[in-house]
Design a protein around this ligand. Structure first.
Ligand code: G6P
Length: 605
Protein backbone atom coordinates (compact mmCIF):
# COMPACT_ATOMS: atom_id res chain seq x y z
CA UNK A 1 0.00 0.00 0.00
CA UNK A 2 2.93 2.30 0.31
CA UNK A 3 4.71 3.12 -2.93
CA UNK A 4 8.29 2.26 -3.89
CA UNK A 5 10.36 3.59 -6.79
CA UNK A 6 14.01 2.92 -7.64
CA UNK A 7 16.29 4.07 -10.44
CA UNK A 8 19.77 3.30 -11.69
CA UNK A 9 21.19 4.71 -14.91
CA UNK A 10 22.93 7.70 -16.40
CA UNK A 11 20.38 10.36 -15.41
CA UNK A 12 19.73 12.29 -12.24
CA UNK A 13 17.65 9.98 -10.10
CA UNK A 14 15.73 12.49 -7.94
CA UNK A 15 13.36 13.92 -10.60
CA UNK A 16 12.57 10.41 -11.83
CA UNK A 17 11.92 9.17 -8.30
CA UNK A 18 9.71 12.16 -7.47
CA UNK A 19 7.71 11.77 -10.66
CA UNK A 20 7.24 8.06 -9.95
CA UNK A 21 6.17 8.79 -6.38
CA UNK A 22 3.59 11.29 -7.64
CA UNK A 23 2.02 8.49 -9.64
CA UNK A 24 2.06 6.13 -6.69
CA UNK A 25 0.75 8.62 -4.20
CA UNK A 26 -2.74 7.16 -4.39
CA UNK A 27 -1.36 4.10 -2.64
CA UNK A 28 -0.14 5.88 0.45
CA UNK A 29 0.21 9.52 1.15
CA UNK A 30 1.08 10.53 4.68
CA UNK A 31 4.82 11.01 4.22
CA UNK A 32 7.46 10.51 1.55
CA UNK A 33 11.22 10.36 1.08
CA UNK A 34 14.09 9.78 -1.34
CA UNK A 35 17.73 8.75 -1.11
CA UNK A 36 20.38 8.98 -3.83
CA UNK A 37 23.97 7.77 -3.91
CA UNK A 38 26.58 10.40 -4.77
CA UNK A 39 30.37 10.27 -4.28
CA UNK A 40 30.07 7.17 -2.11
CA UNK A 41 27.67 8.86 0.28
CA UNK A 42 23.90 8.93 0.67
CA UNK A 43 21.80 12.04 0.36
CA UNK A 44 18.31 11.74 1.82
CA UNK A 45 15.22 13.90 2.22
CA UNK A 46 12.11 12.80 4.09
CA UNK A 47 9.02 14.79 4.94
CA UNK A 48 5.67 14.29 6.56
CA UNK A 49 3.04 15.20 3.97
CA UNK A 50 2.59 14.79 0.27
CA UNK A 51 5.07 14.10 -2.52
CA UNK A 52 4.71 17.77 -3.52
CA UNK A 53 6.05 18.73 -0.06
CA UNK A 54 8.96 16.36 -0.58
CA UNK A 55 9.68 17.80 -4.03
CA UNK A 56 9.78 21.27 -2.50
CA UNK A 57 12.26 20.04 0.14
CA UNK A 58 14.67 18.42 -2.32
CA UNK A 59 17.39 20.95 -3.19
CA UNK A 60 18.57 21.51 -6.75
CA UNK A 61 21.99 20.05 -5.94
CA UNK A 62 20.51 16.73 -4.86
CA UNK A 63 22.58 14.91 -7.49
CA UNK A 64 23.07 11.16 -7.83
CA UNK A 65 22.25 8.64 -10.55
CA UNK A 66 21.18 5.76 -8.30
CA UNK A 67 18.31 6.17 -5.87
CA UNK A 68 15.20 4.93 -4.11
CA UNK A 69 11.97 6.65 -3.07
CA UNK A 70 8.90 5.90 -0.99
CA UNK A 71 5.46 7.24 -0.23
CA UNK A 72 4.03 5.94 3.01
CA UNK A 73 0.73 4.83 4.56
CA UNK A 74 1.54 4.45 8.24
CA UNK A 75 1.26 1.08 9.96
CA UNK A 76 3.97 1.18 12.66
CA UNK A 77 4.53 4.68 14.02
CA UNK A 78 2.69 7.91 13.26
CA UNK A 79 3.27 9.82 10.01
CA UNK A 80 6.35 12.00 10.64
CA UNK A 81 9.65 13.03 9.05
CA UNK A 82 11.66 10.40 10.93
CA UNK A 83 9.19 7.59 10.36
CA UNK A 84 9.16 8.31 6.62
CA UNK A 85 11.32 6.03 4.45
CA UNK A 86 14.12 5.54 3.37
CA UNK A 87 15.60 4.24 6.61
CA UNK A 88 19.35 4.36 6.98
CA UNK A 89 21.88 2.24 8.82
CA UNK A 90 23.70 4.04 11.65
CA UNK A 91 26.80 4.55 9.50
CA UNK A 92 24.56 5.97 6.74
CA UNK A 93 25.87 3.46 4.28
CA UNK A 94 22.67 1.50 3.60
CA UNK A 95 19.26 2.96 2.74
CA UNK A 96 16.08 0.89 2.53
CA UNK A 97 12.49 1.52 1.50
CA UNK A 98 9.95 -1.08 2.55
CA UNK A 99 6.31 -2.00 1.93
CA UNK A 100 4.64 -4.66 4.05
CA UNK A 101 4.92 -5.57 7.70
CA UNK A 102 7.80 -7.15 9.60
CA UNK A 103 6.04 -9.21 12.23
CA UNK A 104 9.09 -9.94 14.37
CA UNK A 105 10.31 -6.32 14.27
CA UNK A 106 10.10 -5.95 18.08
CA UNK A 107 12.31 -8.96 18.71
CA UNK A 108 14.79 -7.91 16.01
CA UNK A 109 14.89 -4.37 17.36
CA UNK A 110 15.58 -5.60 20.89
CA UNK A 111 18.38 -7.81 19.65
CA UNK A 112 19.95 -5.02 17.60
CA UNK A 113 19.59 -2.51 20.43
CA UNK A 114 21.29 -5.05 22.71
CA UNK A 115 24.18 -4.95 20.26
CA UNK A 116 24.37 -1.16 20.50
CA UNK A 117 22.34 -0.11 17.47
CA UNK A 118 20.48 3.18 17.97
CA UNK A 119 17.06 3.36 16.29
CA UNK A 120 15.75 6.68 15.06
CA UNK A 121 12.20 5.77 14.05
CA UNK A 122 9.26 3.84 15.45
CA UNK A 123 8.86 1.81 12.27
CA UNK A 124 9.19 -1.91 11.79
CA UNK A 125 11.09 -1.18 8.56
CA UNK A 126 14.16 0.36 10.18
CA UNK A 127 15.39 -3.06 11.36
CA UNK A 128 16.13 -3.86 7.71
CA UNK A 129 18.74 -1.16 7.18
CA UNK A 130 20.55 -2.17 10.37
CA UNK A 131 20.38 -5.89 9.59
CA UNK A 132 21.78 -5.35 6.09
CA UNK A 133 24.51 -3.02 7.38
CA UNK A 134 25.69 -5.70 9.81
CA UNK A 135 26.47 -8.19 7.05
CA UNK A 136 27.39 -5.95 4.13
CA UNK A 137 31.10 -5.76 5.07
CA UNK A 138 31.62 -9.50 5.13
CA UNK A 139 29.21 -10.42 2.32
CA UNK A 140 30.58 -10.59 -1.22
CA UNK A 141 27.78 -8.51 -2.58
CA UNK A 142 24.88 -6.29 -1.58
CA UNK A 143 22.45 -8.95 -2.69
CA UNK A 144 24.10 -11.46 -0.38
CA UNK A 145 23.80 -9.03 2.54
CA UNK A 146 20.12 -8.42 1.71
CA UNK A 147 19.47 -12.13 1.41
CA UNK A 148 21.05 -12.82 4.79
CA UNK A 149 19.12 -10.01 6.45
CA UNK A 150 15.83 -11.23 5.01
CA UNK A 151 16.47 -14.69 6.44
CA UNK A 152 15.88 -13.36 9.94
CA UNK A 153 12.70 -11.52 8.97
CA UNK A 154 9.19 -12.87 9.51
CA UNK A 155 6.49 -10.98 7.64
CA UNK A 156 5.93 -9.44 4.25
CA UNK A 157 8.05 -7.09 2.22
CA UNK A 158 8.68 -5.37 -1.02
CA UNK A 159 12.02 -3.58 -0.58
CA UNK A 160 14.57 -1.54 -2.49
CA UNK A 161 18.07 -1.10 -1.08
CA UNK A 162 21.09 1.03 -2.01
CA UNK A 163 24.62 0.93 -0.62
CA UNK A 164 26.72 4.12 -0.63
CA UNK A 165 29.79 2.00 -1.33
CA UNK A 166 28.21 0.47 -4.43
CA UNK A 167 26.95 3.30 -6.58
CA UNK A 168 25.25 2.08 -9.72
CA UNK A 169 23.43 -0.78 -8.03
CA UNK A 170 20.00 -1.30 -6.49
CA UNK A 171 18.77 -4.52 -4.89
CA UNK A 172 15.05 -5.24 -4.66
CA UNK A 173 13.18 -8.19 -3.15
CA UNK A 174 9.60 -9.27 -2.71
CA UNK A 175 7.55 -11.44 -0.39
CA UNK A 176 3.85 -10.68 -0.33
CA UNK A 177 4.25 -7.09 -1.51
CA UNK A 178 4.70 -6.43 -5.23
CA UNK A 179 7.85 -5.31 -7.00
CA UNK A 180 7.97 -4.73 -10.76
CA UNK A 181 11.16 -4.07 -12.70
CA UNK A 182 11.15 -1.63 -15.62
CA UNK A 183 13.69 -2.18 -18.39
CA UNK A 184 14.97 1.01 -20.03
CA UNK A 185 17.73 1.95 -22.49
CA UNK A 186 20.91 1.66 -20.39
CA UNK A 187 18.83 2.31 -17.31
CA UNK A 188 16.69 0.23 -14.96
CA UNK A 189 13.70 1.06 -12.82
CA UNK A 190 11.78 -0.75 -10.13
CA UNK A 191 8.51 0.10 -8.44
CA UNK A 192 5.71 -1.37 -6.42
CA UNK A 193 3.30 -0.67 -9.27
CA UNK A 194 3.68 -0.24 -13.05
CA UNK A 195 2.00 3.17 -12.67
CA UNK A 196 5.40 4.58 -11.70
CA UNK A 197 7.12 3.06 -14.72
CA UNK A 198 4.89 3.66 -17.75
CA UNK A 199 6.31 7.09 -18.42
CA UNK A 200 9.75 5.54 -18.95
CA UNK A 201 9.23 2.04 -20.29
CA UNK A 202 6.60 -0.55 -21.25
CA UNK A 203 8.93 -3.51 -20.73
CA UNK A 204 8.37 -4.89 -17.27
CA UNK A 205 9.21 -7.95 -15.20
CA UNK A 206 7.13 -8.96 -12.17
CA UNK A 207 9.08 -10.48 -9.31
CA UNK A 208 7.60 -13.59 -7.71
CA UNK A 209 7.36 -14.03 -3.98
CA UNK A 210 10.76 -14.97 -2.60
CA UNK A 211 12.63 -13.46 -5.55
CA UNK A 212 15.37 -10.86 -5.35
CA UNK A 213 16.81 -8.78 -8.18
CA UNK A 214 20.01 -6.81 -8.72
CA UNK A 215 19.62 -3.80 -11.00
CA UNK A 216 22.43 -2.00 -12.78
CA UNK A 217 22.25 0.49 -15.64
CA UNK A 218 23.02 -2.21 -18.20
CA UNK A 219 20.47 -4.77 -17.00
CA UNK A 220 19.23 -6.97 -14.21
CA UNK A 221 19.57 -10.40 -12.67
CA UNK A 222 16.88 -12.16 -10.66
CA UNK A 223 17.40 -14.86 -8.07
CA UNK A 224 15.08 -17.32 -6.31
CA UNK A 225 15.00 -17.98 -2.59
CA UNK A 226 17.80 -20.54 -3.02
CA UNK A 227 20.07 -17.80 -4.51
CA UNK A 228 19.97 -19.48 -7.92
CA UNK A 229 19.47 -17.20 -10.87
CA UNK A 230 15.95 -17.29 -12.33
CA UNK A 231 15.00 -16.67 -15.96
CA UNK A 232 12.39 -13.98 -16.50
CA UNK A 233 10.47 -13.06 -19.62
CA UNK A 234 9.69 -9.32 -19.86
CA UNK A 235 6.03 -8.39 -20.45
CA UNK A 236 4.86 -5.42 -22.47
CA UNK A 237 2.27 -3.34 -20.62
CA UNK A 238 -0.33 -1.55 -22.67
CA UNK A 239 -1.37 1.03 -20.09
CA UNK A 240 0.07 4.40 -20.95
CA UNK A 241 0.53 7.61 -19.02
CA UNK A 242 -2.84 8.94 -20.26
CA UNK A 243 -4.51 6.52 -17.89
CA UNK A 244 -2.69 8.15 -15.04
CA UNK A 245 -3.60 11.74 -15.87
CA UNK A 246 -6.79 13.41 -14.76
CA UNK A 247 -7.44 14.17 -18.44
CA UNK A 248 -9.01 17.56 -17.85
CA UNK A 249 -11.21 16.41 -14.96
CA UNK A 250 -10.77 18.00 -11.58
CA UNK A 251 -10.31 14.63 -9.87
CA UNK A 252 -9.50 11.07 -10.85
CA UNK A 253 -12.70 10.00 -9.15
CA UNK A 254 -14.86 12.03 -11.54
CA UNK A 255 -12.74 10.96 -14.49
CA UNK A 256 -13.15 7.30 -13.57
CA UNK A 257 -16.92 7.64 -12.99
CA UNK A 258 -17.20 9.30 -16.40
CA UNK A 259 -15.18 6.58 -18.12
CA UNK A 260 -17.72 3.90 -17.31
CA UNK A 261 -19.48 3.74 -20.69
CA UNK A 262 -16.08 2.81 -22.15
CA UNK A 263 -14.84 0.62 -19.35
CA UNK A 264 -17.99 -1.51 -19.33
CA UNK A 265 -17.75 -1.80 -23.11
CA UNK A 266 -14.16 -3.00 -22.73
CA UNK A 267 -15.15 -5.61 -20.14
CA UNK A 268 -17.80 -6.94 -22.55
CA UNK A 269 -15.78 -6.65 -25.76
CA UNK A 270 -15.50 -9.90 -27.69
CA UNK A 271 -17.24 -11.85 -24.98
CA UNK A 272 -20.90 -11.87 -26.07
CA UNK A 273 -22.07 -14.40 -28.63
CA UNK A 274 -25.29 -13.40 -30.39
CA UNK A 275 -25.75 -16.73 -32.10
CA UNK A 276 -26.05 -18.92 -29.04
CA UNK A 277 -26.58 -16.09 -26.52
CA UNK A 278 -23.65 -17.19 -24.41
CA UNK A 279 -20.56 -15.53 -23.02
CA UNK A 280 -17.07 -16.43 -24.19
CA UNK A 281 -14.62 -16.26 -21.36
CA UNK A 282 -11.37 -17.61 -22.70
CA UNK A 283 -9.47 -17.33 -19.44
CA UNK A 284 -11.61 -19.65 -17.32
CA UNK A 285 -9.64 -22.75 -18.30
CA UNK A 286 -12.67 -25.02 -17.75
CA UNK A 287 -14.53 -27.24 -20.20
CA UNK A 288 -18.34 -27.54 -20.29
CA UNK A 289 -18.37 -30.71 -18.20
CA UNK A 290 -16.32 -29.08 -15.47
CA UNK A 291 -18.43 -25.94 -15.67
CA UNK A 292 -21.54 -28.02 -15.03
CA UNK A 293 -20.00 -29.88 -12.11
CA UNK A 294 -20.09 -27.02 -9.56
CA UNK A 295 -22.89 -27.08 -7.05
CA UNK A 296 -22.07 -23.89 -5.22
CA UNK A 297 -20.24 -20.61 -5.86
CA UNK A 298 -18.38 -18.75 -3.13
CA UNK A 299 -17.16 -15.22 -3.86
CA UNK A 300 -14.52 -13.39 -1.85
CA UNK A 301 -13.10 -9.87 -1.96
CA UNK A 302 -12.59 -6.80 0.22
CA UNK A 303 -14.32 -3.43 0.36
CA UNK A 304 -16.05 -2.47 -2.87
CA UNK A 305 -14.83 -5.71 -4.44
CA UNK A 306 -16.85 -7.60 -1.83
CA UNK A 307 -19.97 -5.56 -2.54
CA UNK A 308 -19.62 -6.18 -6.27
CA UNK A 309 -19.31 -9.85 -5.31
CA UNK A 310 -22.71 -9.62 -3.63
CA UNK A 311 -24.14 -8.39 -6.91
CA UNK A 312 -22.30 -11.28 -8.56
CA UNK A 313 -23.76 -13.86 -6.19
CA UNK A 314 -27.25 -12.59 -6.93
CA UNK A 315 -26.62 -12.77 -10.69
CA UNK A 316 -25.30 -16.32 -10.47
CA UNK A 317 -28.22 -17.51 -8.36
CA UNK A 318 -30.75 -15.90 -10.66
CA UNK A 319 -29.26 -16.81 -14.01
CA UNK A 320 -27.47 -20.09 -13.30
CA UNK A 321 -29.60 -21.25 -10.35
CA UNK A 322 -26.50 -22.26 -8.41
CA UNK A 323 -26.42 -21.32 -4.71
CA UNK A 324 -23.94 -18.45 -4.44
CA UNK A 325 -22.83 -16.06 -1.76
CA UNK A 326 -20.12 -13.47 -1.15
CA UNK A 327 -18.01 -12.98 1.95
CA UNK A 328 -15.23 -10.54 2.87
CA UNK A 329 -11.93 -12.29 2.01
CA UNK A 330 -10.51 -10.98 5.27
CA UNK A 331 -13.11 -12.92 7.28
CA UNK A 332 -13.08 -15.98 5.09
CA UNK A 333 -9.37 -16.63 5.47
CA UNK A 334 -9.40 -16.52 9.25
CA UNK A 335 -12.30 -18.83 9.92
CA UNK A 336 -10.71 -21.99 8.62
CA UNK A 337 -13.27 -22.39 5.84
CA UNK A 338 -14.51 -25.77 4.69
CA UNK A 339 -13.25 -26.09 1.13
CA UNK A 340 -15.34 -28.31 -1.10
CA UNK A 341 -14.39 -29.83 -4.42
CA UNK A 342 -17.75 -29.02 -6.02
CA UNK A 343 -17.63 -25.34 -5.07
CA UNK A 344 -16.33 -22.77 -7.51
CA UNK A 345 -14.45 -20.03 -5.67
CA UNK A 346 -14.21 -16.57 -7.21
CA UNK A 347 -11.76 -13.97 -5.91
CA UNK A 348 -12.30 -10.32 -6.86
CA UNK A 349 -9.69 -7.60 -6.82
CA UNK A 350 -9.14 -4.42 -8.78
CA UNK A 351 -5.46 -4.21 -7.86
CA UNK A 352 -4.86 -7.94 -7.75
CA UNK A 353 -2.68 -7.48 -4.71
CA UNK A 354 -4.97 -6.98 -1.69
CA UNK A 355 -3.23 -9.09 0.90
CA UNK A 356 -6.34 -10.52 2.57
CA UNK A 357 -7.74 -11.62 -0.78
CA UNK A 358 -4.41 -13.07 -1.88
CA UNK A 359 -4.01 -14.97 1.39
CA UNK A 360 -7.56 -16.34 1.07
CA UNK A 361 -6.78 -17.55 -2.47
CA UNK A 362 -3.60 -19.20 -1.25
CA UNK A 363 -5.50 -20.89 1.57
CA UNK A 364 -8.08 -22.16 -0.93
CA UNK A 365 -5.41 -23.48 -3.25
CA UNK A 366 -3.65 -25.22 -0.41
CA UNK A 367 -6.89 -27.04 0.34
CA UNK A 368 -7.40 -28.00 -3.29
CA UNK A 369 -10.09 -25.42 -4.09
CA UNK A 370 -10.74 -24.28 -7.65
CA UNK A 371 -10.36 -20.49 -7.78
CA UNK A 372 -11.21 -18.04 -10.54
CA UNK A 373 -10.05 -14.43 -10.36
CA UNK A 374 -12.00 -11.40 -11.48
CA UNK A 375 -9.13 -8.96 -11.55
CA UNK A 376 -8.32 -5.66 -13.23
CA UNK A 377 -4.52 -5.65 -13.08
CA UNK A 378 -3.04 -8.03 -15.62
CA UNK A 379 -0.28 -10.24 -14.25
CA UNK A 380 -0.95 -9.20 -10.63
CA UNK A 381 -0.35 -11.56 -7.72
CA UNK A 382 -3.99 -12.66 -7.36
CA UNK A 383 -4.37 -13.17 -11.10
CA UNK A 384 -1.27 -15.34 -11.15
CA UNK A 385 -2.37 -17.35 -8.15
CA UNK A 386 -5.81 -18.26 -9.58
CA UNK A 387 -6.58 -21.23 -11.85
CA UNK A 388 -8.20 -18.97 -14.40
CA UNK A 389 -10.31 -15.88 -14.54
CA UNK A 390 -11.78 -12.84 -16.19
CA UNK A 391 -9.78 -9.65 -16.62
CA UNK A 392 -11.83 -6.46 -16.40
CA UNK A 393 -9.80 -4.41 -18.90
CA UNK A 394 -11.09 -1.27 -17.16
CA UNK A 395 -7.65 0.40 -17.26
CA UNK A 396 -5.85 1.57 -14.15
CA UNK A 397 -8.05 2.90 -11.37
CA UNK A 398 -6.21 5.65 -9.51
CA UNK A 399 -8.72 7.25 -7.15
CA UNK A 400 -8.82 5.41 -3.83
CA UNK A 401 -12.60 4.96 -4.01
CA UNK A 402 -13.41 2.29 -6.57
CA UNK A 403 -16.00 3.09 -9.25
CA UNK A 404 -15.25 1.80 -12.72
CA UNK A 405 -13.73 -1.42 -11.36
CA UNK A 406 -16.90 -1.93 -9.31
CA UNK A 407 -19.26 -1.72 -12.29
CA UNK A 408 -16.91 -3.69 -14.55
CA UNK A 409 -16.74 -6.44 -11.94
CA UNK A 410 -20.53 -6.58 -11.81
CA UNK A 411 -20.59 -6.79 -15.64
CA UNK A 412 -17.96 -9.55 -15.55
CA UNK A 413 -20.19 -11.45 -13.10
CA UNK A 414 -23.10 -11.08 -15.49
CA UNK A 415 -20.91 -12.72 -18.14
CA UNK A 416 -19.87 -15.48 -15.76
CA UNK A 417 -23.50 -16.04 -14.67
CA UNK A 418 -24.57 -16.17 -18.31
CA UNK A 419 -21.83 -18.67 -19.03
CA UNK A 420 -22.69 -20.87 -16.05
CA UNK A 421 -26.40 -20.49 -16.78
CA UNK A 422 -26.24 -21.40 -20.45
CA UNK A 423 -24.45 -24.70 -19.78
CA UNK A 424 -27.30 -25.42 -17.38
CA UNK A 425 -30.91 -24.39 -17.60
CA UNK A 426 -30.89 -20.78 -18.73
CA UNK A 427 -32.97 -20.69 -21.90
CA UNK A 428 -31.68 -19.19 -25.15
CA UNK A 429 -34.41 -16.54 -24.81
CA UNK A 430 -33.16 -15.52 -21.38
CA UNK A 431 -29.60 -15.67 -22.67
CA UNK A 432 -30.57 -13.26 -25.45
CA UNK A 433 -32.33 -10.97 -22.97
CA UNK A 434 -29.15 -10.73 -20.87
CA UNK A 435 -26.87 -10.26 -23.91
CA UNK A 436 -29.08 -7.43 -25.12
CA UNK A 437 -29.20 -5.91 -21.65
CA UNK A 438 -25.43 -5.98 -21.38
CA UNK A 439 -25.01 -4.36 -24.77
CA UNK A 440 -27.34 -1.55 -23.76
CA UNK A 441 -25.33 -0.65 -20.66
CA UNK A 442 -22.77 1.80 -22.15
CA UNK A 443 -25.46 4.04 -23.71
CA UNK A 444 -27.59 3.90 -20.58
CA UNK A 445 -24.61 4.89 -18.44
CA UNK A 446 -24.06 7.88 -20.72
CA UNK A 447 -27.67 8.87 -20.09
CA UNK A 448 -27.14 8.73 -16.32
CA UNK A 449 -23.99 10.83 -16.58
CA UNK A 450 -25.99 13.61 -18.25
CA UNK A 451 -27.82 14.01 -14.93
CA UNK A 452 -24.68 15.02 -13.11
CA UNK A 453 -25.83 18.57 -12.43
CA UNK A 454 -29.08 17.38 -10.84
CA UNK A 455 -27.16 14.89 -8.68
CA UNK A 456 -24.66 17.58 -7.74
CA UNK A 457 -27.50 19.76 -6.44
CA UNK A 458 -28.86 16.86 -4.42
CA UNK A 459 -25.41 16.15 -2.99
CA UNK A 460 -25.13 19.76 -1.85
CA UNK A 461 -28.58 19.56 -0.30
CA UNK A 462 -27.87 16.38 1.71
CA UNK A 463 -24.13 16.65 2.37
CA UNK A 464 -24.54 18.48 5.66
CA UNK A 465 -26.78 15.79 7.19
CA UNK A 466 -25.61 14.18 10.41
CA UNK A 467 -25.70 10.84 8.65
CA UNK A 468 -27.49 8.97 5.92
CA UNK A 469 -29.28 5.64 5.73
CA UNK A 470 -29.02 3.64 2.49
CA UNK A 471 -31.62 0.95 1.88
CA UNK A 472 -32.33 -1.59 -0.83
CA UNK A 473 -33.98 -4.97 -1.17
CA UNK A 474 -32.36 -8.11 -2.59
CA UNK A 475 -30.75 -6.82 -5.85
CA UNK A 476 -30.84 -3.31 -4.45
CA UNK A 477 -29.12 -4.18 -1.18
CA UNK A 478 -25.52 -4.45 -2.46
CA UNK A 479 -26.16 -1.22 -4.38
CA UNK A 480 -27.14 0.45 -1.10
CA UNK A 481 -24.05 -0.97 0.65
CA UNK A 482 -21.72 0.29 -2.04
CA UNK A 483 -23.50 3.67 -2.08
CA UNK A 484 -23.00 4.03 1.67
CA UNK A 485 -19.38 2.93 1.35
CA UNK A 486 -18.70 5.53 -1.37
CA UNK A 487 -20.29 8.31 0.66
CA UNK A 488 -18.46 7.56 3.88
CA UNK A 489 -15.05 6.99 2.35
CA UNK A 490 -14.87 10.16 0.29
CA UNK A 491 -17.09 12.63 2.19
CA UNK A 492 -16.68 11.26 5.77
CA UNK A 493 -20.46 11.59 6.22
CA UNK A 494 -21.66 8.71 8.35
CA UNK A 495 -23.59 6.32 6.16
CA UNK A 496 -25.20 3.03 7.00
CA UNK A 497 -26.69 0.49 4.64
CA UNK A 498 -29.54 -1.83 5.54
CA UNK A 499 -31.81 -4.20 3.68
CA UNK A 500 -35.03 -2.19 3.34
CA UNK A 501 -36.91 -5.07 4.94
CA UNK A 502 -34.74 -4.89 8.08
CA UNK A 503 -35.36 -1.20 8.72
CA UNK A 504 -38.32 -1.87 10.95
CA UNK A 505 -36.28 -4.31 13.04
CA UNK A 506 -34.06 -1.64 14.55
CA UNK A 507 -32.63 1.19 12.45
CA UNK A 508 -36.04 2.85 12.05
CA UNK A 509 -35.32 4.28 15.50
CA UNK A 510 -32.67 6.49 13.87
CA UNK A 511 -34.97 7.89 11.21
CA UNK A 512 -36.00 11.52 11.53
CA UNK A 513 -35.37 14.85 9.76
CA UNK A 514 -31.65 14.68 10.58
CA UNK A 515 -31.16 11.23 9.06
CA UNK A 516 -32.24 11.20 5.41
CA UNK A 517 -32.52 7.94 3.52
CA UNK A 518 -31.23 7.04 0.09
CA UNK A 519 -33.62 4.37 -1.15
CA UNK A 520 -32.83 2.08 -4.08
CA UNK A 521 -36.19 1.39 -5.68
CA UNK A 522 -35.97 -0.48 -8.98
CA UNK A 523 -39.07 -1.15 -10.99
CA UNK A 524 -39.14 -4.87 -10.31
CA UNK A 525 -41.21 -7.38 -8.37
CA UNK A 526 -40.23 -5.67 -5.12
CA UNK A 527 -41.55 -2.23 -6.09
CA UNK A 528 -44.67 -2.27 -3.89
CA UNK A 529 -42.79 -3.52 -0.88
CA UNK A 530 -40.19 -0.80 -1.33
CA UNK A 531 -42.87 1.88 -1.61
CA UNK A 532 -44.39 0.64 1.65
CA UNK A 533 -41.00 1.09 3.32
CA UNK A 534 -40.80 4.64 1.96
CA UNK A 535 -44.20 5.28 3.57
CA UNK A 536 -42.86 4.06 6.92
CA UNK A 537 -39.92 6.46 6.66
CA UNK A 538 -42.11 9.42 5.74
CA UNK A 539 -44.38 8.68 8.68
CA UNK A 540 -41.30 9.31 10.90
CA UNK A 541 -40.54 12.64 9.14
CA UNK A 542 -37.58 11.07 7.35
CA UNK A 543 -36.46 12.74 4.13
CA UNK A 544 -36.01 10.43 1.15
CA UNK A 545 -33.82 10.54 -1.91
CA UNK A 546 -35.02 7.77 -4.20
CA UNK A 547 -32.87 6.24 -6.93
CA UNK A 548 -34.98 4.13 -9.25
CA UNK A 549 -36.96 3.93 -12.45
CA UNK A 550 -40.15 5.91 -11.76
CA UNK A 551 -40.88 9.14 -9.94
CA UNK A 552 -42.84 8.73 -6.73
CA UNK A 553 -44.38 11.34 -4.47
CA UNK A 554 -43.32 9.20 -1.51
CA UNK A 555 -39.81 10.64 -1.99
CA UNK A 556 -38.56 14.21 -1.50
CA UNK A 557 -36.14 13.83 -4.40
CA UNK A 558 -35.71 11.33 -7.20
CA UNK A 559 -32.94 10.30 -9.55
CA UNK A 560 -34.35 8.27 -12.42
CA UNK A 561 -32.08 5.85 -14.25
CA UNK A 562 -32.86 3.97 -17.49
CA UNK A 563 -34.40 0.53 -16.99
CA UNK A 564 -32.45 -2.52 -18.09
CA UNK A 565 -33.16 -6.18 -17.32
CA UNK A 566 -34.00 -6.68 -13.63
CA UNK A 567 -30.81 -8.70 -13.06
CA UNK A 568 -28.60 -5.98 -14.58
CA UNK A 569 -30.28 -2.95 -13.01
CA UNK A 570 -27.88 -2.88 -10.01
CA UNK A 571 -25.04 -1.79 -12.31
CA UNK A 572 -26.93 1.30 -13.45
CA UNK A 573 -28.42 2.09 -10.04
CA UNK A 574 -24.90 2.30 -8.57
CA UNK A 575 -23.78 5.14 -10.80
CA UNK A 576 -25.88 8.02 -9.38
CA UNK A 577 -24.59 7.03 -5.94
CA UNK A 578 -20.99 7.41 -7.12
CA UNK A 579 -21.74 10.91 -8.42
CA UNK A 580 -23.63 11.72 -5.23
CA UNK A 581 -20.65 10.72 -3.04
CA UNK A 582 -18.24 12.59 -5.29
CA UNK A 583 -20.19 15.85 -5.19
CA UNK A 584 -20.88 15.55 -1.46
CA UNK A 585 -17.13 15.21 -0.90
CA UNK A 586 -16.38 18.21 -3.13
CA UNK A 587 -19.08 20.26 -1.36
CA UNK A 588 -17.47 19.45 1.98
CA UNK A 589 -13.98 20.30 0.71
CA UNK A 590 -12.60 16.77 1.13
CA UNK A 591 -9.48 15.41 -0.50
CA UNK A 592 -11.56 13.43 -2.95
CA UNK A 593 -8.93 11.17 -4.50
CA UNK A 594 -7.00 10.59 -1.31
CA UNK A 595 -9.44 10.23 1.57
CA UNK A 596 -7.90 10.36 5.02
CA UNK A 597 -6.61 7.12 6.56
CA UNK A 598 -7.22 5.03 3.43
CA UNK A 599 -5.04 3.52 0.74
CA UNK A 600 -5.83 2.21 -2.70
CA UNK A 601 -4.41 -1.24 -2.28
CA UNK A 602 -4.07 -2.71 1.14
CA UNK A 603 -1.13 -5.07 0.96
CA UNK A 604 -0.96 -5.64 4.70
CA UNK A 605 -3.15 -7.85 6.87
C1 G6P B 1 -9.06 -0.91 -0.25
C2 G6P B 1 -9.63 0.23 -1.06
C3 G6P B 1 -11.02 -0.13 -1.54
C4 G6P B 1 -11.01 -1.44 -2.31
C5 G6P B 1 -10.40 -2.56 -1.46
C6 G6P B 1 -10.16 -3.82 -2.27
O1 G6P B 1 -9.73 -1.02 0.95
O2 G6P B 1 -9.65 1.42 -0.31
O3 G6P B 1 -11.51 0.89 -2.40
O4 G6P B 1 -12.31 -1.78 -2.68
O5 G6P B 1 -9.13 -2.15 -0.96
O6 G6P B 1 -9.20 -3.57 -3.26
P1 G6P B 1 -8.95 -4.49 -4.51
O7 G6P B 1 -7.80 -3.87 -5.22
O8 G6P B 1 -8.62 -5.86 -3.99
O9 G6P B 1 -10.20 -4.50 -5.32
Amino acid sequence: MCGIVAYVGPKDAAPILLEGLQRLEYRGYDSAGVAVVASRALKTRKVKGRVADLAAAVPARFKGTTGIGHTRWATHGVPSDVNAHPHLSSDERIAVVHNGIIENADALRQRLEGEGVKFLSETDSEVLSHLIARTVEEADSLEEAVRRALKSVVGTYGIAVVDAQRPGEVVVARLGSPIVLGIGEKEMFAASDVAALVRYTRQVVHLEDGELAVLKADGFHTFGGDARETAKQPLTVDWDTGHYDTGGYEHYLLKEISEQPDTIARTLRGRLDDRFHVAHLGGLNMDARETRSFRRVKIIGCGSAYYSGQIGAQLIEELARIPADAEPASEFRYRSPVVEADTLYVAISQSGETYDTLAAVQELKRKGGRVLGIVNTVGSAIARECDGGVYLHAGPEVSVASTKAFTSTAAAFALLALHLGRVRDLSPADGRRICEGLRALPEQIKEILTQEEHIRELAHKYATSAGMMFIGRVRGYPVAREGAQKLKEVSYVHAEAYPASELKHGPLALIGPEMPTVAIVPDDEMLDKNLTTLGEIRARSGRILMVGHRETDQADDCVIVPKNQNELDPILLSIPLQLFAYHAAVALGRDVDRPRNLAKSVTVE
